[in-house]
Ligand binder design. Structure first.
Ligand SMILES: *Cc1c(COP(=O)(O)O)cnc(C)c1O
Length: 438
């Protein structure tokens, strides 16, 4: 029995069967490569689902972990440590928001955002503003697995086994402005969006839809919540994906409250790449929304600990010092260009989209998408498939053009072999579909 076989047998016996893992045992990493027990290197275009922004064994992260672990790892939030204010300053400066609450994960950040929206609506009611408790979420949304988050997540298979979920959530058709207008009323306390949906298939909101969501919420005192857990922290070439949405093209009513040059939400959430692999999330909000929170209303034992904060500060400073936002934009544009060249050769690729290093190639068949992920894995390149037919690329920000060329050549080979000129896939027989869990 190999070591991997032993681990698989033990996990099968001991763990809740929540994951269909690929049968690979990773033990190490270096730069954009993750390395298995045999020393085989895999080009990682998924970076632990958008987490390992600086790749593996990055000296900046190693140094921050070492330095902080020799001092303090945990204090609890009953006392001060040096990291939270320092990190909060960096985050508020980059997002245009005013105040921060730190968490350990994405879903906890989203829970905090939902609770803040309900508390703020309560405050407004106490001030005489008629406003309800309903959330408008979007179809194809993904916000996490805890109760509030999963209640605002579109896929029924994530929600229904756990019912009843949190009541008061209605789903709006993606990018359908008329549906948004029809479902919005003073009953709504918040509209919930991802500027670019991640698990939903790397789908960007239209300028018009986001502007309308901003205008509607501003008109009643409801909040606009932007989940940037996957798309934030530089992934798309800007600190937040909503910063791609200028106010110039928006209806005049939407521009009113923003002097920042982009459509500004009231609340945003960050997590995945925030601390380069150490668990950390954050809720950010305006000074106005923060009026709803006072001491004792919300909290966490671990959130915003000294270790996670120290690493996040190091990651942000490194992204800034090395101009990695511009790099992500340039390499991401190149990646999309090359995927478009591929799409011209293989009719099975029906769309290429994304921003920066959050990229998708949509195929005409779910079986083919599964097959491509499995074939890429055989060639030691990690990608995944989301939303059935969408190949998703979330590489580390340190990706270079040469890595893109390697991936494109492999894809070209696989499409040529398996999709044919007609773009029709043979039935996929491989069981390993790649990680589909976000
Ligand atoms: C991953 C993700 C979450 C949940 O984050 P976890 O850290 O897995 O709890 C929430 N929203 C979006 C957009 C995500 O991509």
């Amino acid at each position: 029995m190999t070591k991997l076989d032993q681990i698989r047998a033990a996990e099968a016996r001991l763990l809740l069967p929540t994951y269909e893992r690929n049968p690979i045992l990773f033990v190490d990493g270096e730069g954009v490569y993750i390395i298995d027990e045999n020393g085989d290197r895999y080009l990682d275009l998924l970076s632990g689902i958008g987490v390992n922004a600086l790749g593996y064994r990055h000296p900046v992260i190693e140094e921050a972990i070492l330095r902080q672990s020799l001092a303090l790892i945990h204090t609890s939030n009953l006392f001060y440590h040096e990291g939270q204010a320092e990190l909060a300053l960096r985050l508020t400066e980059r997002t245009g928001l005013d105040r921060v609450f730190f968490t350990n994960s994405g879903t906890e950040a989203w829970e905090g955002a939902l609770k803040l929206a309900r508390a703020y609506a309560g405050l407004k009611r106490s001030e005489g503003v008629p406003i309800g408790t309903k959330f408008l979420a979007l179809e194809q949304s993904f916000h996490g697995r805890t109760f509030g988050s999963v209640s605002t997540t579109w896929k029924a298979k994530y929600r229904e086994p756990f019912g009843p979920v949190v009541p008061g959530v209605e789903f709006v058709r993606f990018n359908d402005v008329a549906d948004l207008r029809a479902k919005f009323s003073s009953e709504v306390c918040a509209i919930l969006v991802e500027a670019i949906q991640g698990e939903g298939g790397v789908r960007p909101l239209t300028q018009e839809f986001l502007a309308e969501a901003r205008a509607l919420t501003s008109s009643t005192g409801a909040l606009l919540l932007a989940d940037e857990i996957q798309s934030g922290m530089g992934r798309t070439g800007k600190w937040c994906a909503y910063q791609h949405y200028g106010i110039s093209g928006a209806p005049a009513s939407a521009a009113a409250d923003s002097s920042l040059g982009w459509i500004q939400p009231d609340v945003t959430t960050l997590a995945k790449p925030l601390a380069g692999g150490i668990p950390l999330g954050a809720v950010l909000c305006t000074e106005e929304a923060a009026r709803a929170i006072h001491a004792g209303m919300h909290g966490t034992t671990f959130g915003g600990g000294p270790l996670a904060c120290a690493v996040a500060i190091a990651v942000i400073d490194h992204i800034e010092n090395e101009n990695l936002l511009a790099h992500a934009t340039a390499v991401g544009d190149y990646f999309q260009d090359q995927l478009r060249v591929l799409a011209a050769r293989h009719s099975a690729i029906v769309d290429v989209r994304g921003k920066g290093l959050m990229i998708a190639a949509e195929l005409d068949s779910a079986d083919l998408a599964k097959l491509i992920v499995a074939e890429m894995l055989k060639r030691h390149i990690l990608i995944n498939c989301t939303s059935e037919t969408v190949l998703r690329f979330l590489p580390p920000y340190i990706l270079e053009r040469a890595h893109v060329d390697t991936a494109i050549a492999a894809l070209d080979e696989i499409f040529t072999e398996h999709a044919g000129a007609a773009g029709v896939a043979p039935a996929a027989t491989q069981a390993a579909g790649g990680p589909t869990h976000v």
